[in-house]
Design a protein around this ligand. Structure first.
Ligand SMILES: Nc1nc2c(ncn2[C@@H]2O[C@H](COP(=O)(O)O)[C@@H](O)[C@H]2O)c(=O)[nH]1
Ligand SMILES: [Mn+2]
Length: 510
C-alpha cells in the first residue's frame, strides 16, 4: 500500500490551497480507503471537488494607458508623475484592459494602485469598488430657470434650501422620495441602509461639494450644436428663452448611503481576492461581475445612482419652490462611477462620460473649474483613444495640506486677515458663502489647477466640445467644519498668547 495521500499531493495535482482543502483531503482519504489507486482517487475526487481556476495574479507588463495631458509647470509635472505611477500600478491588474488619464489628473492617495483623480479604466467582467472610490456617484446636476432677482436674494433662498456638513438632516427637516420605497433593501449591499438613505436626502456634505448659481447666454452656434446633437429639451428651452438663463448647479455624491455600499463592496472584494487571487493590491480588489456578489453589487450601484440624482433634484425642487419657479431644463452626470458599455465595465474616478448614448447622441456633461470660473457644458467627443471620457474639473497640483502650508504661521494658524485678502483677490464681486462659517482657502480658486489650461486641453485632445458656459454669480461651499470645543479653547489660548507677545514686543521696542 502506498503512502497516505497528503494535502501537498492534492496541491501538486492542481487543487487550490484554500478554505476547501480540509474537505477535499478528507474526501480523498475516503476514496483511498475504498482501495482505489492514486490515479483513481484523483479522478473520482475531481468529480466531487472540481479544481478551481488558477489564482489571478498581477500581469508582468501593464495594460496600455493614454494621457490627454500637457503638464508644464514643475508642480503640474510632479503631480502628473505621481498620478501616472499609481495608474501604472493599477494597470498590472489582470482584469483591466486599458487606462486613460485626463487633464485634471492628480493623485487620490498614495496607496499602491489607487486610481488617481481624472483616471478611467476599461475592465473585463469585474467591478472594482476602489476604482469608483468611496464617494460613489459624486456628480453634477444643473437646473435652468428664468429670473432677474438680485443674486443675494437667490443665494439666501439657496442657503435655506440646502444642507452642508457632516451627518444627515435632523428629524422634522428630512426630505422624502418614493425612491425610498423601492424594493431594494434585501440587496445585501443595501440591507440596513434605508434609514441612512432617508436621513441624508437633501444633503451635500463637506469638502469641495458646492451649490452654485450662475448665468448663461447660449450663442446661436451653441444652440445649433445642442439641437444637432439631439438634446431636444434643452434646445427647445434655449429657443424659448432666446439663450438666456439663470442656472443652479450642485456638486455632491451619495453621502452615507454610498459610503456604506462602498465599504461593504470592499469587504466582499477583498474576501474574493483572498480566495481567488494572489498579491493584488487592496485598492484594486474586484468582484467578478457575473458572480452573485458582483450582480448584487451592480444592482446596489444602480440604486445609489438613482438616489444621488434624486438627492440633487430634491435640493433643486426646494430652491425653485422657494423662489416660485419651475426648471425649464435639467441635466446632470456622475463622475465617480462604473458604466457598462457592451461587455466592458468602464470605471471613472473624477472622469466625465463623453461617449454617445444608445441613440447615438453625444452625452452632455458639466465640468466645474473653480468657484470664480465658468462651469462648462460639454458634448462628449467619443474619443476612444481616451476611453471616451473627458475631465470632471480642474484638479489640484498640490494636496490641501501642501497648498495651505505657505499660509500657515509657526503655530499652524492662518491669519484671518490674509484669508480675507485672498478671497477678495480671487473671488471679488461674487457672493461666496461658507456653510460652516469659516472659509477654507484650499477650496478657493488657488487650490486648483489653471482652469484655462484644462479647458484648452479638452479641445486639444478632442475629449469634448464646449457648448455653453455658466458664469458664476455666487457659490455655497461647506467651508471649515466647526471646531470641537477643546480645539477652540486651545486656539483661543494660543491667540491670547500671541497677542500678549505682540504687546510685549511693541512695548520693548518703544
Ligand atoms: N464651480 C466650482 N467648481 C469647483 C468648486 N470647488 C471645486 N471645483 C471644481 O470641481 C471639481 C470636482 O472635484 P471632485 O471633488 O469631484 O474631485 C474640482 O476639480 C474643481 O475643479 C467650486 O466651489 N465651484
Ligand atoms: Mn466630485
Amino acid at each position: 500500500m502506498g503512502m497516505e495521500i497528503k494535502a501537498r499531493d492534492l496541491i501538486a495535482a492542481g487543487w487550490r490551497e484554500d478554505a476547501r482543502m480540509g474537505m477535499v483531503l478528507k474526501r480523498a482519504r475516503e476514496l483511498e480507503a475504498t482501495g482505489l489507486d492514486r490515479a483513481g482517487v484523483l479522478a473520482a475526487l475531481e468529480a466531487d471537488f472540481p479544481k478551481l481556476a488558477l489564482r489571478a495574479e498581477l500581469r508582468s507588463t501593464p495594460a496600455g494607458c493614454s494621457e490627454a495631458i500637457a503638464a508644464e509647470t514643475p508642480a503640474e509635472i510632479a503631480s502628473v508623475a505621481a498620478s501616472r505611477a499609481r495608474m501604472l500600478e493599477l494597470l498590472h491588474v489582470p482584469v483591466i484592459k486599458r487606462g486613460a488619464l485626463m487633464p485634471d489628473t492628480c493623485p487620490a492617495g498614495a496607496g499602491i494602485a489607487t486610481i488617481p483623480v481624472g483616471g478611467a479604466i476599461e475592465v473585463e467582467n469585474a467591478l472594482l469598488p476602489g476604482a469608483h472610490s468611496a464617494d460613489i456617484c459624486c456628480s453634477m446636476f444643473a437646473s435652468f430657470f428664468a429670473d432677474n432677482r438680485p443674486v443675494g436674494e437667490l443665494m439666501d433662498h439657496l442657503w435655506a434650501s440646502t444642507h452642508f456638513g457632516a451627518g444627515g438632516r435632523p428629524r422634522g427637516k428630512q426630505f422624502y422620495s418614493t425612491l425610498l420605497e423601492e424594493p431594494v433593501w434585501d440587496n445585501p449591499f443595501l440591507a440596513g441602509l434605508q434609514g441612512r438613505a432617508r436621513e441624508f436626502l437633501g444633503t451635500q456634505g463637506d469638502g469641495n461639494h458646492f451649490a452654485y448659481v450662475g448665468r448663461i447666454e447660449f450663442t446661436p452656434d451653441q444652440h445649433r450644436a445642442i439641437a444637432r446633437a439631439g438634446d431636444t429639451d434643452l434646445a427647445a428651452a434655449i429657443e424659448r428663452r432666446e439663450g438666456g438663463f439663470h442656472v443652479l448647479v450642485t456638486h455632491h455624491g451619495s453621502r452615507a448611503l454610498g459610503a456604506n455600499v462602498y465599504k461593504h463592496g470592499m469587504i466582499e472584494a477583498r474576501a474574493w481576492m483572498r480566495q481567488n487571487a494572489t498579491s493584488i493590491p487592496e485598492a484594486a480588489a474586484w468582484l467578478p461581475a457575473d458572480s452573485r456578489e458582483g450582480r448584487d453589487y451592480w444592482a446596489a450601484l444602480q440604486f445609489v445612482a438613482r438616489w444621488t440624482r434624486v438627492n440633487h433634484a430634491l435640493i433643486h425642487d426646494e430652491f425653485l419652490h422657494r423662489v416660485g419657479l419651475r426648471p425649464l431644463a435639467q441635466l446632470g452626470n456622475e463622475h465617480n462611477f462604473v458604466w457598462q458599455r457592451g461587455d466592458a465595465f468602464y470605471h471613472g474616478k473624477g472622469a466625465t462620460p463623453a461617449w454617445r448614448d444608445a441613440k447615438g447622441r453625444p452625452l452632455l456633461g458639466l465640468i466645474p473649474l473653480n468657484m470664480a470660473r465658468e462651469i462648462l457644458i460639454v458634448l462628449g467627443g467619443d474619443n476612444d483613444e481616451f476611453l471616451s471620457f473627458c475631465p470632471h474639473g480642474a484638479g489640484r497640483n498640490l494636496s490641501r495640506k501642501a497648498m495651505l502650508a505657505p499660509y500657515r504661521d509657526a503655530e499652524g494658524d492662518i491669519d484671518p486677515a490674509r484669508v480675507k485678502q485672498v478671497l477678495a483677490e480671487t473671488t471679488g464681486g461674487l457672493d461666496i458663502r461658507w456653510f460652516n462659517g469659516a472659509p477654507d482657502l484650499s477650496e478657493t480658486p488657488l487650490g486648483y489647477k489653471d482652469a484655462s489650461k484644462v479647458k484648452e486641453q479638452i479641445e486639444r485632445f478632442q475629449l469634448a466640445s464646449v457648448v455653453g458656459e455658466i458664469h458664476p454669480l455666487g457659490c455655497i461651499m461647506a467651508g471649515q467644519a466647526a471646531e470641537p470645543p477643546w480645539l477652540q479653547k486651545k486656539r483661543e489660548k494660543r491667540a491670547a498668547h500671541k497677542a500678549a507677545r505682540r504687546e510685549w514686543t511693541t512695548e520693548n521696542e518703544e
